[in-house]
Structure formats: C-alpha cells, structure tokens
Design a protein around this ligand. Structure first.
Ligand code: M6R
Length: 617
C-alpha cells in the first residue's frame, strides 16, 4: 500500500528519491517524506498530502547527501498528519525508518519502550519499530563498529515483530549505509551503475536500472555505495539471484494521456495481444501455457477448480467460472480471498486451486494461496508481476504480460484476466469434450478480440457524451446476466471507486427482488443487454425499470432492437463469441465510469482512501 524507495550511490539522493516517490505515488498518497544525513544528523522532510508538496519543500531546503530513504503513505495507524508521515526518527535521533506493512504487536513493544524512557511523536507502529532498533543498537557491543551494530540491531528488532513489513533504515553513526528488509510486503533491490536502490515496486527503479534482485521474506539487505550483502533473520548468507525488468520507463509514464486509467483503457487491444502471444497450439485449436508446471495427465485428474482473488480480479474469476463450467463442464467455485483464508472450506482432493492477482502482492490473495498450499494443494497464479510474492510462491501459473498498471482502477489487467480465464476454459474444454472445430472457432474468436475492443474504444466520444448527461446522479445500478453479471459488478466497482457515486451490480432479473426500490428518475441503470437467448428477458427488466421512471443506458449488440423509446442512451458492442463477450462489454463500463469521474472533477488515478495494491489485511 505504501511506497518505499531508498538510494545510495554517488548522486544527490533527494531528487532521485522524489522522482521515485512520484512513480510510487499510486501505492498510497496520504503523505510523503524523505530522510537523509546532513551535517552529521538525520534530517527528515515530510508532509501530509501529495509528493509535489514534498518536492517543493526539498527544493527550498536541498539535502546534499548521496544516500537517503523516502516514503509515500497509505494510512494504517494514525490519521493523515505530518507527524504520522514517514520517515520516523527514533527518539535519540540516531535512526530514520520507512515502513510498508502493519506491526501487529506494536502496542506491547511501545509499552516496553515507554518503560525504557523512549518517547513518541506519532501514533504509528513504524515509530515503535524505529525506537526498538535504537534500543537494540545501544545494547550491541560498541567494539563491533557502527556498521555491524546497525545491521544486527535491525535483525534483532525484526525477530520480535509479528505482522508485515518492508522497511529501509538509516543510522546516523553509519552514514552512507542503508539496511532494508521484508516480510510479506514487497521489496526489490535495484542494482545500477555504482549505485543501489531499494523500492517496493519496480516502477520506481526503471528510470535508473533494469537489473533487480527480488528480496524474499525474512531477508535483510545491507547497502553501502560499493556493495550489498543479503542475509536472513538467522544470519545465513543469501546468494542474490539477478533478474531484469522487461518493461521500460515509457510504460510507467503518461505520454499524451491525461490519466493512467485513460492510457490503460486505450492500451487494452495491445495488452490482450500480449496476454495471448505464443499461447495457442500450432493447430490453432487450443491454448497452451508454458508455466503451469502440470502435465496434461495432471489436468485430467482435476474434477473441480477453485479460484480466489479480490476486487476486480474476483470479478474476472466469476467470468472464468462461467466459461469453464459452460465449455469444459467442470464445476468451479470462486471465493473472496479474504473469506477463503478463514472459512476452512472443504476442497476435495482433485481440486485445482487458482489465485488471480494483478499485483501479485495482495495480502489476502497471498494468504489464500498459502492456506491452500498448507493444505497440500497445488496453486496456480494468474498474475501480472514477475517477481511478485504470489508469482514466487505459487507452483506455476500464467503471467498476464500487460506491463505496469498504474491507475488505481484496474482496466487492462482486468480484461487480460478475462482473456486468460477464457484461455484456461478453452484449454480444459479441449482436453474434455470440445471438438477440434469448436476449438478452432474459439481460438479465432479470441484472436479477434483486440480488434473488437478497438471498435468499442472508437465510441469513446459518444460514451463521454452519455457520461456528461448522467454524471450528476448519486446512485447507479449495473445489470447483466450470465457472464455479464460479473461485468455489471465490475462497472459498479469502477464507478464507485473513482467517482464516489453509490453503485450496485446485480443480475438483471434479481433486480426486482430489492434494488428496484432504488429506482427513480434520479437513478440510472446501465443494462448489459447483448443479443442471445436471454435478450427478451433483459428487455423485460428494462421495461420494469422504465415503468418506474429509471433512465436506461443500454449496452447492446450492434443490430439488436431495444424497443423504441425504452433506452435513453444506447452503446453498441460488436457481435462476438461468448468467450469474448465479457471483454468487449467491459470497455463501455470502463469508459463510462472514467468519463463520469472526469466530469465530476475527481482525481481518477488517485481516488480517495484507495491504494493500488492492498498489502495489509
Ligand atoms: O493486485 P490485485 O489484482 O490482487 O488487486 C485486487 C484488487 O485490490 C483490485 O482489483 C481493486 O479492486 C482495484 N482497485 C479495482 O479497480
């Protein structure tokens, strides 16, 4: 949730940190701060509010240090104030600390430290951790030297911690050194030209280096300008495994777009192509995946699928459920990861477990994965972040390959998850009853999806006009059936998260069992009404809404006849295969939500109270 960056090298650290924080801001944007050593003491600049305020402050009081740490916050402990912003200093001023995560036993530690005379300026768990480092440092043998004492005091502190952390620390007595560590919160070491960086996210590193080491839980890295070492909490040495970030700095920049969400909506045709690339069999009748680490024989044993995810990824799982059950005739269960981890649901020995997560760091999804593994299941991950914790801990999986998604509202990652779900359905269906001819037709339909998405995107000006007409509404219903019910849920989620309009997604026919009470001329309904066997039934639902004066925005297949006067606005989508329909239908609801939020003057990429990846429970 929070963004962390640290720099050590030969350049002035503060501007590099500020630049990194700007790229990390989508992870949390309540407040921002940095710390570096100046004239023999640790100086902290921190402010509630956006990184720009910090940048301004630093420009007025430049820090010359060539190492430092920076943080952008999504508040957990304590309100959004300057005092609660990171970095935090220990009460003796010897340590500065930034932290992403939650220290669960911080209250006991704080009581202990208060008893030892430590003082606190904030309400955060991080300040407690920082003071605990100072406490252990004072107890270390002075003869060992500040470098060793610094590292060991962090190590000892972390052994007492219950909870999650990605941290980076400075010590005034070990100037030009940084110690960083992680447990369940992401942390990456960037290895540059005579410089090192630590970041919670690759997007903060790409401007300076593509060479990275993904740190693992329980690892501590000790940096000087010339070298780094990685050890564990038990003092074992770790041999670093070097990786490369495959995307470039342009992927993480706005270019000519106004918002990342807009950029990512329009990137979807390309994103879908990237998710499909190299993943169809030579005979063009099925999907193939390189990283499943399961044989066709293993798959043949599977009699049930279980999917766990959160938010938009959960909606994508619901679509996958529909397609797998429809085409492969295998039962699928979908659960919220946050519920699954505590539900102790009976799975059955032949269940194949999937988690879906764009970031690969969502803590609830990670916990569901670990719970399933603990019970002895093999877990596959559909994931967009190579090197993420979920990617590393799963037994195999499918990478989305859509590049970084920066907008807090998921768009291109979501449709890519729909695409991969559709490909999994095909893969399993072809192992079972689906014929070669139907497989070829399915594959061709998937290959055509990017062009169909382009056709819907071309309607953006029309959708913007509709958005302007309804932007002042305070309630919305999104209705759909079968595979478009999850798209109705997704439309409602998109709208509420970026425009703060109350919205609900419902199966269209279920609407009359309660939500219809909301309907008035002030509550528009977005009705997903594609042609097909349920078209007339959806039209009946529209009639019921219209009879109660509810404005109707209908999303329907080109050439379908919504009776005259029934819909107040119509958005057409091209006729397409059932497996592609959810992808194509997702585009209008994304654009509608986006333009409504813009019309209302909302901060689309940084909606209030949210953060891109939810790494706390
Ligand atoms: O990174 P993940 O896919 O695990 O994230 C899951 C949700 O937090 C995410 O989809 C969230 O709901 C988005 N803000 C939706 O737009």
């Amino acid at each position: 949730m929070c963004g962390i960056i640290a720099y050590i090298g030969k350049h002035r650290a503060a501007p590099i940190i500020v630049e990194g924080l700007k790229r990390l801001e989508y992870r949390g944007y309540d407040s921002a701060g940095l710390a570096a050593q100046q004239n023999g003491r640790l100086v902290v600049i921190k402010k509630a509010g956006r990184v720009d305020r910090l940048a301004q402050e630093e420009a007025e009081h430049p820090l010359s240090a060539t190492s430092g740490i920076g943080h952008t916050r999504w508040a957990t402990h304590g309100a959004v104030t300057d005092a609660n912003a990171h970095p935090h200093l220990s009460s003796d001023g010897k340590f500065a600390l930034i932290h992403n995560g939650v220290i669960e036993n911080y209250a006991q530690m704080k009581t202990f430290l208060l008893g030892k005379g430590f003082t606190f300026k904030s309400e955060t768990d991080t300040e407690v951790l920082c003071n605990l480092i100072a406490y252990h440092y004072a107890k270390e043998d002075a003869a060992a030297g500040p470098s060793v004492r610094f590292l060991e005091s962090v190590r000892k502190t972390l052994r007492h911690v219950e909870g999650t952390y990605g941290i980076a620390a400075l010590c005034v007595e070990a100037p030009n050194e940084i110690v960083a560590a992680r447990k369940a919160s992401p942390l990456i070491l960037g290895v540059g030209e005579a410089e090192y960086l630590i970041a919670s996210d690759a997007s903060a590193l790409v401007g300076r280096t593509q060479n990275v080491v993904y740190l693992k839980d329980g690892e501590i890295v000790h940096l000087t300008p010339k070298a780094f070492t990685i050890t564990t909490l038990d003092q074992a040495d770790v041999s670093p495994v070097m990786d490369r970030i495959t995307w470039s700095v342009a992927d993480a920049e706005l270019g000519t777009y106004e918002h990342f969400m807009e950029k990512e909506i329009f990137e979807q045709p390309l994103a879908l192509e990237n998710s499909m690339r190299g993943r169809f069999s030579e005979d063009g009748s099925t999907a193939q995946f390189g990283g499943l680490n399961l044989t066709a024989g293993d798959f043949a044993q599977v009699d049930r699928f279980m999917f766990c995810a959160c938010g938009s990824a959960w909606h994508a799982c619901l679509v996958a459920e529909h397609l797998i059950e429809r085409f492969a005739r295998l039962p699928v269960e979908v659960d919220y990861a946050s519920e699954f981890r505590y539900r102790n649901s009976p799975l059955g020995r032949s269940t194949l477990f999937f988690v879906m997560s764009q970031s690969g760091e969502t803590i609830d999804t990670l916990a569901a994965l670990r719970e399933a593994k603990r019970k002895g299941y093999r877990v596959l991950a559909i994931n967009n972040s190579v090197g993420s914790t979920i990617a590393r801990e799963s037994d195999g999986g499918i990478f989305q390959h859509v590049g970084p998604e920066i907008g807090v509202a998921s768009t291109k990652a979501f449709t890519s998850q729909l695409m991969i779900g559709a490909m999994v359905a095909l893969y399993v269906a072809r192992m079972r009853d689906m014929s070669f001819a139907d497989g070829v037709q399915y594959v061709n339909a998937l290959k055509g999806a990017p062009d169909l998405v382009r056709r819907v995107l071309a309607q953006a000006p029309h959708i913007r006009d509709i958005a302007r007409r309804y932007a002042a509404s305070s309630d919305f219903l999104f209705l759909g059936r079968l595979s478009l019910f999850p798209i109705a849920l997704e439309g409602a989620l998109k709208l509420k998260e970026i425009s703060y309009i109350h919205a609900e997604g419902y199966p269209a026919a279920e609407m009359k069992h309660g939500p219809i009470a909301l309907i008035s001329e002030k509550c528009p309904s977005v009705v997903l009404a594609p042609k097909g066997e349920l078209f007339n039934k959806i039209v009946s639902s529209i009639q019921e809404l219209k009879a109660r004066k509810g404005p109707i925005i209908a999303v329907t297949t080109e050439g379908s006849e919504i009776p005259a006067g029934l819909a107040d606005a119509v958005i057409s989508i091209p006729d397409c295969h059932e497996a592609v329909l959810p992808i194509v239908a997702a585009i209008p609801v994304q654009l509608l939500s986006y333009y409504i939020a813009v019309e209302r003057g909302c901060d689309v990429d940084k909606p209030r109270n949210l953060a891109k990846s939810v790494t706390v429970e």
